[in-house]
Design a binder for this molecule. Structure first.
Ligand code: C2E
Ligand code: MG
Ligand code: MG
Ligand code: MG
Length: 288
């Protein structure tokens, strides 16, 4: 960086840069011990179809730092990636999700749904990722199709051929694959067609563009792409009834967002599922 900035570039080190570096170091140090100190937990955000029936949930990671409090995954995931901690952390998330799914099954929870797990590009690129995750679901005694792995387009950009091979292996084992935050990355439609994807998640920015009296063509365009390629389409970040109705009109299959439910603790999610599985469809819809 310093070199490419040129010999004459001024190298100022300002007080706020020191603070940033300190904060980053504290995060990094905290992350290294967070797993053993059991500071991580998961939330589960329900996903429902257009008739309001629960189809599953997305697992979202939470970190409670002893001094800083709740740190957003948007802040700590990049640090975990840069330090290589993402592999252990990602494995913990998968193990935790497997345990919850097994427990929910044991309790007889009507669990036709699947749990979506966010997977970092760094995890996908690791040569042991496929055998490890396969061993994890086997050890937990659940079938791979109970999990949907959410990938972002950045997982594909570095080494497309290797990523493609990995995705085909995961798909052949039975994992479902979703492309997360679709529409914000750079992958071409030609690439998209080659990927063994089951689901396309429309990024929140296109959903929040759906306002009364505003006709934003992009959400509908993305739903069409997904449908034409034979994928299930999911809208993330659905916050209003209006947006849900517009998405139904556009032909979107599944919705997720604050309008349906906040991300819930495992216990609350279990109660939510029980309540919604037994409620009549009409009641579920008016619940929105
Ligand atoms: P994402 O996978 O796109 O997850 C959706 C994010 O939108 C979540 O933020 C969720 O809490 C938030 N959200 C859900 N509904 C709404 C809504 O109606 N309105 C708004 N404004 N936001 C909504 P969160 O939990 O802070 O996670 C941020 C990102 O961190 C995730 O984006 C994902 O990329 C990453 N992440 C979370 N958990 C994990 C994990 O276990 N592993 C990895 N590698 N990344 C994770
Ligand atoms: Mg996601
Ligand atoms: Mg997303
Ligand atoms: Mg997103």
């Amino acid at each position: 960086r310093a070199k490419s900035a040129g010999r004459n570039a001024a190298r100022l080190f300002l007080p706020h840069m020191q603070r940033d570096a300190d904060a980053r170091l504290e995060l990094e140090r905290g992350l290294r011990t967070a797993l053993e100190r059991q500071e991580f937990s998961l939330r589960f955000q329900p996903q429902v179809d257009m008739r309001g029936r629960p189809v599953g949930a997305e697992a979202l990671l939470r970190w409670k730092h002893p001094r800083l409090g709740e740190v957003s995954p948007a802040t700590f995931i990049p640090v975990a990636e840069e330090t290589g901690l993402i592999h252990a952390l990602g494995a913990w998330v998968i193990a935790e999700v497997c345990n919850h799914v097994r427990e929910w099954r044991r309790l007889g929870m009507d669990f036709g749904g699947r749990i979506a797990v966010n997977v970092s590009p760094w995890q996908i690129a690791h040569p042991q990722f496929v055998p490890n995750i396969e061993a994890q679901v086997k050890a937990a005694g659940i079938e791979p199709s109970a999990l949907t792995l959410e990938l972002t387009e950045s997982a594909l950009l570095n080494d497309f051929d290797t990523a493609l091979r990995t995705l085909h292996q995961l798909s052949a084992i039975g994992f479902r694959l979703a492309l997360d935050d679709f529409g914000t990355g750079y992958s071409s439609l030609a690439y998209l067609q080659q990927l063994p994807l089951d689901e396309l998640k429309i990024d929140r920015t296109f959903i929040s563009a759906l306002q009364p009296a505003i006709t934003d063509p992009l959400a509908g365009f993305i739903v069409d792409i997904g449908r034409r390629l034979g994928m299930t389409t999911i809208a993330e970040g659905v916050e209003t009834r209006q947006q849900r109705i517009m998405l139904e009109t556009l032909g979107c299959d599944i919705v997720q967002g604050y309008f349906i439910s906040l991300p819930l603790t495992a216990d609350d999610f279990q109660r939510w599922m029980t309540r919604h599985a037994t409620a009549s469809e009409v009641a579920v819809i008016s619940d929105f």
